[in-house]
Design a protein around this ligand. Structure first.
Ligand code: NAP
Length: 253
């Protein structure tokens, strides 16, 4: 797909990796529908992108809320026309061990709330937004591309029962959609980032940050644009579907 003048939606597009994707796809001429939780953060991101000559529009939503998602995607179609691409990027963490044990006694457990919050945003959110995006692509008759953002943690990671399960699910639904939607000329693929410098990783304790950076074969965290490059590759490459790009500096969980 030639990115120029294509309408591409990015969830979580006002911050971190989503913002870097907006910069890269916007520089290549995409018309961007940035979707994020906070209208104020969206306005700020769109003003910054406008300075770079990037054509971006804001659509506040909660990816975990069916009505909010339906409305936001309908608003995009009304204002910009049916979408050609959708990057399901919005995500959160809420880490905890399944069980915290002290002297053989369970002192704490991952709460059902923490489990549900992360599943709702990181997995149900991808399902809801992907379903709306695919619907528009089918009905426009143009097809399109859906890129889902998973994580290196999909292989299982200490303290991330909820996040790892959601991110493994994200790749499973990508492969399923690639099989179901190919007949409508819709491709779907996954990018699985390793540890990347964004506001999400900025909340790590400095000692944890150093430990993780030291464990990466390249000895540093990735930059947001490294992931944006993977997304742009998938959007442009018309023979890439149902597969995953792992961009993690060589780190294995
Ligand atoms: P980020 O900087 O925290 O950005 C995530 C964006 O998503 C924020 O703008 C956030 O808004 C928004 N968001 C959160 N919940 C939402 C909801 N319910 N509805 C709409 N928007 C919502 O995170 P990031 O590091 O760029 O991560 C982007 C994606 O990459 C996530 O899926 C993450 O799991 C994945 N990932 C990141 C890394 C990494 O090292 N950074 C590694 C692997 C995978 P608020 O800030 O207002 O909450």
């Amino acid at each position: 797909m030639n990115i120029k003048n294509k309408v591409i939606a990015i969830t979580g597009g006002a911050s971190g990796l989503g913002y870097a994707m907006a910069e890269r796809l916007g520089e290549q001429g995409a018309v961007l529908a940035l979707m994020d939780k906070s209208a104020a953060t969206l306005d700020e991101a769109i003003s910054k992108l406008a300075v770079q000559g990037i054509n971006a529009h804001g659509f506040p939503l909660d990816v975990a809320d069916k009505h909010s998602v339906t409305k936001a995607f309908a608003d995009i179609a009304d204002r910009l026309g049916p979408i050609d691409g959708c990057v399901n990027n919005a995500g959160i963490t809420d880490d905890a061990l399944l069980l915290k044990v002290k002297d053989g006694v369970v002192a704490k457990r991952m709460s059902l709330d923490a489990w549900q919050r992360v599943i709702d945003v990181n997995l149900t959110g991808v399902f809801l937004c992907g379903r709306e995006a695919a619907g528009q692509m089918v009905e426009s008759g143009k097809g399109g591309v859906i890129v889902n953002i998973s994580s290196i943690s999909r292989a299982g990671n200490m303290g991330q029962t909820n996040y790892a399960a959601a991110k493994a699910g994200v790749h499973a639904l990508t492969v399923t959609w690639a099989k179901e939607l190919a007949k409508y000329s819709i491709r779907t693929a996954t990018v699985a980032p390793g540890f990347i410098d964004t506001p999400m990783t900025a909340t790590m304790r400095p000692d944890m940050y150093e430990k993780i950076a030291g464990s990466v074969p390249l000895k540093r965290l990735g930059e947001a644009d490294n992931i944006a490059q993977c997304v742009a590759f998938i959007v442009e490459n018309d023979y890439f579907t149902g597969r995953i790009i792992e961009c993690d500096g060589g780190l294995r969980m």
